[in-house]
Design a protein around this ligand. Structure first.
Ligand code: BGC
Length: 345
């Protein structure tokens, strides 16, 4: 078990970027950079003990700086969409960048994926960890309040990658932090993920309009092509879903309690990833917009070559009073824990 640090280069404005490697007692290994908190590699074994890197990623800092797909980054302040980039809090209307058609997406032009985080290694013999902190200033990307954020990545000897998030503010604001890993459990360079079998622990989802803004309805998945209550190959019905999967699911878990969100199994290698979270929702995105322009680690990433399962509050929550609140007030603490547990079948 260890955590090691090396340089990953310098941003154009002269900030040093480091790469940390966390290794557990079973040989699982993950590499995280302080720019955007990107997970750039994650090595886990298959049913024969053979390790492969199961996250899509690039080779150089320059590629991460220019990345527009959030290929493994942290996301903030607000993951997913805010309709027309507008929300009102305490009678004040705030305007955010509209960087996804008419809407705001993933924190704006310079979201948490584009900043250098302060890092502190946690050299615990049983669970190496990396603590990242970032102070997002009042008004940054249009959001109110100085938001002080901490994200801790931990690799346990139970083969879990834990991501815990905390944030506090000095003015009422909105927060929705997540991690945007693109997984391919057969290995990042193994082509499409359509054969992966996916179960999502959600009886309901949030139907959305053509710009992916929820209608506000919480609808049953039963009888639809987004019913993953029973483990189903991602590719089984994808042709019937316009554009592919890009849906937010309403998890069956108890509010704020760590519960099972999803289980993915890759039949050829036997690799299984289970996701547990305290968040109320999860966005399942089937890599629809990968088009071969993202290339890294010797691979070219085409459509559906990776999938994302982003634990989160529901899209456009700031404008949907019936969705769980994303408002954070001074004196409160935002917390979110997501655990990725790896095993084999
Ligand atoms: C969104 C997709 C988007 C992707 C990468 C996902 O969270 O739901 O629509 O294309 O992130 O930008």
């Amino acid at each position: 078990m260890s955590i090691t640090k090396e340089s990953f280069g310098k941003t154009s404005d002269g900030q040093n970027v480091d790469l940390y490697t966390l290794t557990n007692s079973n040989g699982l290994k993950t590499k995280i950079i302080t720019f955007g908190g990107y997970i750039i590699s994650l090595q886990v074994p298959d049913r024969n003990g053979k390790f492969a890197d199961i996250v899509l990623g690039y080779d150089t800092l320059e590629q991460y700086v220019n990345d527009s797909t959030y290929l493994g980054s942290l996301i903030g302040r607000f993951g997913n969409r805010v309709a027309k980039g507008k929300f009102t809090l305490n009678s004040i209307e705030y305007t955010l960048a509209t960087n996804n058609g008419p809407n705001h997406l993933h924190g704006g032009i310079k979201g948490f994926n584009k900043v250098v985080w302060n890092a502190q290694p946690i050299d615990d013999p049983n669970r190496p960890g990396l603590k990242l902190t970032y102070l997002s200033k009042d008004g940054e990307e249009g959001f109110p309040g100085n938001l002080s954020c901490t994200v801790i990545y931990t690799l346990t000897n139970n083969n879990e990658l834990k991501i815990s998030y905390e944030a506090t503010t000095d003015k009422a604001t909105i927060v929705n932090l997540t991690s945007h890993g693109y997984f391919n459990l057969a290995g990042h360079n193994s082509g499409d993920i359509l054969g992966h079998e996916l179960m999502i622990n959600a009886d309901n989802y949030t139907p959305a309009d053509e710009t992916l803004i929820p209608t506000g309805q919480i609808a049953p998945v039963k009888g639809t092509n987004v019913d993953f209550t029973k483990s189903t190959a991602i590719g089984a019905r994808i042709a019937k879903v316009t554009g592919g999967y890009d849906h937010n699911f309403v998890l069956n878990n108890k509010k704020g309690k760590l519960g099972l969100a999803a289980r993915v199994c890759e039949p050829k290698t036997g690799r299984v990833m289970e996701i547990h979270t305290t968040e109320p929702g999860i966005q399942f995105y089937s890599g629809n917009f990968l088009d071969g322009s993202a290339k890294g680690k010797g691979a070219v990433y085409n459509k559906h070559n990776g999938f994302c399962l982003e634990t989160q509050h529901f899209p456009d929550s700031p404008n949907k009073p019936n969705f769980p609140s994303v408002v954070l007030k001074p004196c409160e603490k935002y917390t979110h824990l997501t655990v990725h547990k790896f095993s084999v079948k």
